[in-house]
Design a protein around this ligand. Structure first.
Ligand code: ADP
Ligand code: MG
Length: 862
């Protein structure tokens, strides 16, 4: 390792005069809050001061940093300052690297490593003190670590020393939480700053804006270094290229600073240099790393921040505007040693419209990983800890639900699977995938899949181009994740060569990040069982492992071949055109882009699953129903047996129902709703109205009231033992209604409320019983020859209304009084009829005339 430039020389720092008091108070109270401006010397000096005051006991001091970069750089610097080698007395442990040894007494770690340590050794044996650095960032891990440590201190480790350090001065609530522990504040000194904003937003690419701003600072300020805040490595690389010419012409050292560099590259950016420097940095230089000599700051106002996919809960990085507090910190970096200049690449209005602070992560984060960690530490959940700010109830519930659906919890506690999941530093969905991959003996492939899903997308080319290419290459079309794995394999075959990756449309940095994560995961992932026999089998197993992490995210095409998806959890989405999943009906949706308005959510990554896999998930997952239902097409009751997964029907079989009371009820209900069995007209209606008329006109017979309910009941009765409309003619229905009458009533119904009457001439006529009008009959006038009076019903109490028709079937008279008709109207009408129908016989006295012979077979006309 390269020797450090600062070997053996301890610079005086603002914190120095406070160190002995600080150590003494920490020793006395075991809890201490320290706030001091960035660069004061907190990170580099406090842990060593605690060590020298004997607070490590016989063990170590752990110092947790939110960023890998800070842990590595500071450890190296602290060792070098004292002329020691890093990994000796001072070391560090971060996700992919452990630089420490048996002599190590001060160990800088990332928050993730600290949490893991707390998990594997909940009492932190061998640790005398823990320093939580950069507490003002309020990452979820720091909040969780604080809760665990405070709880540990008040239970099993009262001797443990806890120091919380922050770059902002709002330490009140924190000190109160730590039972009013001592607070040491070092307000620091700051030189005046001149801060300029843009007059109006600059639409040019960010790197062009950076070049202009740097050029202006160099012109206005005779010396001093420039620090440029950019959101991420990609923007830094572009700005570095854009600054090339200016750098050469002004003899500048243009240095990037971000997490993906080697520690040597990172040190180079931070250490003093012989030339004027322009450091292009992510927000690590905001408070975690101090670069001496900076007098000019260019602030893009942006940062890449950790968010969570609302769909899966998986972490993802997004570029976002920084808060006013962050912008102020960034500006402050220019005024540490003398008055400074700040150029903000945004307007004052933009600055003023930003939130004052970023909300602490615990208020907006997916909590499933934290909850699993707690269970791993033997704690039953969030309530088991004292929190500076307890996590919101909805997020806690969601975390518990997810862990249960992943099988990580059983009953109240962690399951064996949950425990295995903890071995992987991944979101629980992905660690579940990896555990399943171990069980299915595809651990190495599972490690790659998990790495691809946990890191940034490796594809650089537009997704559309990618999708088309995949289609052209004859991708197997069943999993976007396997497609990504294939891309990665090609990259590995090309030995991750930058140019080759570029030609493949892959992002070099992302591919390398995936490779780092993959190799680490692959080291701890162990196969269990028999190897797959073919590539096909291997891929099936990988897809199955993926399902294990996304059992609550199953989707099914609305129709074969359609991109519309129905989601098991309810609702719908659209499968991206770029997906290689072309044929499968069922799939899991691993990543969803929420598009407000425009056609809803789009599933970006999908992976096919087979129905049997869902069935094998067990009785909880798949529900079976066996119901009778009405089929309007076949007009019959059917037995519907369904297998459902959430909202999705996996399998359905319909068979003719066997007769049962339930089937009759369903048939009756359908009949009541069908015009075919309407009670308003047709034979049934007539029957009901005859009975109704009987109730009115023959009160002595005591006909029952047959309202709609009675009719419906009769209908149900008629449906007994039947299952279809075909079986249920109107006939059984009428019989069933009639059955509710006494024999006497039935006799009266037939004789006094007849369906047909016979005229004197012998002709039979249908009696029309219609709602709202008296009963009536109609026939040709001649048919009434020979009848002195008209027919009546209800023991002669209700004369029928007669429609008397001319030979052209038009009514010549409508009357209830046939005798009166013969007498008063017939003579006049007769003359007219004789003129128009001379070939018909029109006898003078209709009462006595003989009616014409009815033509055989001809039915009376209505
Ligand atoms: P704080 O934690 O209070 O922000 P630090 O302890 O990180 O401050 O840094 C204090 C000082 O130590 C810085 O101002 C800088 O001069 C020096 N320093 C820290 N780390 C490095 C490094 N890696 N290279 C060069 N100088 C460093
Ligand atoms: Mg610090």
């Amino acid at each position: 390792m390269r020797t450090h430039a600062i070997t053996g020389r301890l610079l005086p720092l603002p914190i120095d005069p406070l160190l002995s008091e600080l150590a003494a108070r920490a020793r006395a109270s075991r809890r201490l809050v320290l706030s001091a401006e960035p660069g004061a010397g907190k990170t580099t000096r406090v842990p060593m001061a605690l060590l020298e005051a004997g607070l490590a006991g016989k063990g170590e001091i752990l110092v947790s940093e939110p960023r890998r970069l800070a842990a590595r750089l500071v450890a190296r610097y602290v060792a070098a300052e004292r002329g020691e080698r890093v990994g000796g007395r001072v070391g560090y442990s971060v996700r992919f690297e452990d630089v420490s040894g048996p002599e190590t007494r001060v160990r800088y770690v990332t928050e993730g490593v600290l949490l893991r340590r707390l998990l594997s050794d909940p009492e932190l044996s061998g640790v005398g003190a823990v320093v939580l650095d950069e507490f003002h960032e309020r990452s979820l891990s720091t909040d969780l670590a604080l809760a665990l440590l405070a709880t540990l201190q008040s239970t099993k480790r009262p001797d443990l020393c806890l120091v919380v350090m922050s770059a902002t001065l709002e330490s009140g609530p924190l000190a109160r939480f730590l039972s009013d522990c001592p607070v040491i504040e070092s307000p620091g000194r700051a030189f005046p700053l001149r801060i300029d904003h843009l007059e109006r937003p600059d639409e040019r690419p960010l790197e062009k804006q950076v070049v202009s701003a740097v050029r202006q600072l160099l012109r206005d300020e005779p010396d001093g270094d420039v620090l440029v805040f950019l959101p991420g490595a990609a923007e830094i690389r572009r700005a570095q290229e854009a600054l090339g010419e200016l750098g050469k012409s002004q003899d500048l050292l243009v240095l990037p600073l971000h997490g993906d560099q080697s520690v040597e590259e990172q040190s180079r950016a931070v250490e003093p240099a012989g030339r004027r420097k322009v450091v292009l940095s992510t927000n690590v230089a905001e408070t975690s790393v101090t670069i001496d000599g900076v007098t000019g700051v260019v602030d893009s106002g942006l940062a890449r921040v950790a968010r969570h996919s609302p769909w899966s809960g998986l972490p993802r990085l997004e570029i976002a505007k920084v808060s006013r507090a962050s912008a102020t910190q960034r500006a402050g970096r220019a005024g540490r040693t003398r008055p400074g200049r700040v150029l903000r690449l945004y307007t004052r209005g933009d600055f003023e419209s930003r939130p004052e602070h970023d909300a602490p992560e615990i208020r907006r984060s997916d909590l499933s990983e934290a909850l699993l960690t707690l269970h791993g530490a033997g704690l039953p959940g969030f309530d088991a800890l004292a929190w500076l700010e307890p996590p919101p109830a909805a997020a806690r519930l969601a975390a518990r639900k997810l862990l249960s659906s992943l099988g990580a919890l059983d009953g109240g506690g962690i399951s064996a699977v949950g425990r295995r999941m903890l071995t992987f530093p991944l979101h629980p969905r992905l660690s579940r995938v990896l555990v399943e991959a171990e069980d299915r003996t595809v651990a190495a492939r599972g490690a790659l899949a998990a790495a691809l899903l946990s890191e940034r997308d490796i594809r650089r080319a537009s997704r559309t181009a990618f999708g088309r290419k995949a289609a052209l290459d004859g991708a197997r079309g069943d999993s976007d994740v396997i497609e990504l794995m294939d891309r990665f394999d090609e990259a590995r075959d090309a030995r991750f060569d930058g140019q080759a990756l570029g030609r493949m449309g892959l992002d070099v940095r992302s591919v390398r990040a995936v490779e780092r994560a993959r190799s680490q995961l692959a080291r701890s992932a162990k196969n269990r069982g028999t190897e797959p026999e073919s590539l096909d089998e291997e891929e099936r197993r990988v897809r199955r492992a993926l399902l294990a992490g996304f059992t609550d995210r199953v989707a099914r095409r609305a129709r074969p071949g359609s991109a519309e998806l129905v989601l098991a959890q309810g609702g719908g989405a659209k499968l991206s055109e770029d997906s290689v999943v072309h044929d499968a009906q069922l799939m899991i949706a691993l990543d969803v882009e929420e598009r407000a308005g425009k056609g809803g959510n789009v599933v970006r990554l999908a992976s096919a699953v087979e129905p049997d896999w869902l069935l094998e998930l067990g009785a909880d997952a798949v529900s079976q129903s066996d119901e009778l239902g009405w089929n309007p097409e076949s007009e019959r009751v059917e037995r519907v047996e369904r297998l459902s997964y959430g909202n999705l029907v996996l399998d359905e079989s319909r068979t003719r129902a066997r007769p049962s009371p339930e089937a009759s009820r369903i048939l009756a209900k359908a009949a009541l709703a069908s015009p075919r069995f309407s009670l308003a007209d047709g034979g049934l209606g007539t029957l009901l109205r005859r009975i109704e008329l009987g109730r009115e006109q023959l009160p002595e017979a005591g006909f029952p009231e047959l309202g709609p309910e009675t009719a419906a009941a009769a209908l149900e009765q008629a449906c007994e033992g039947l299952t279809s409309f075909d079986e249920l003619g109107a006939e059984p229905l009428a019989k069933s209604i009639a059955r509710s009458l006494s024999p006497e009533q039935q006799r009266l119904l037939a004789s006094e409320l007849p369906e047909r009457v016979r005229l004197a001439g012998g002709r039979g006529l249908e009696v029309h019983y219609e709602p709202g009008r008296p009963p009536w009959v109609e026939s040709r006038l001649q048919d009434f020859f020979g009848s002195a009076v008209g027919p009546s019903v209800c023991r002669g109490r209700v004369p029928l209304t007669l429609h008397l028709l001319a030979p052209n079937q038009r009514a010549v008279q409508v009357t209830t009084d046939l005798a009166g008709f013969w007498q008063r109207h017939y003579p006049g009408i007769r003359k007219e009829l004789m003129r128009r129908y001379p070939r018909h016989a029109w006898p003078e006295d209709g009462r006595t005339a003989a009616p014409p012979e009815p033509k055989p077979g001809r039915r009376p006309v209505r």
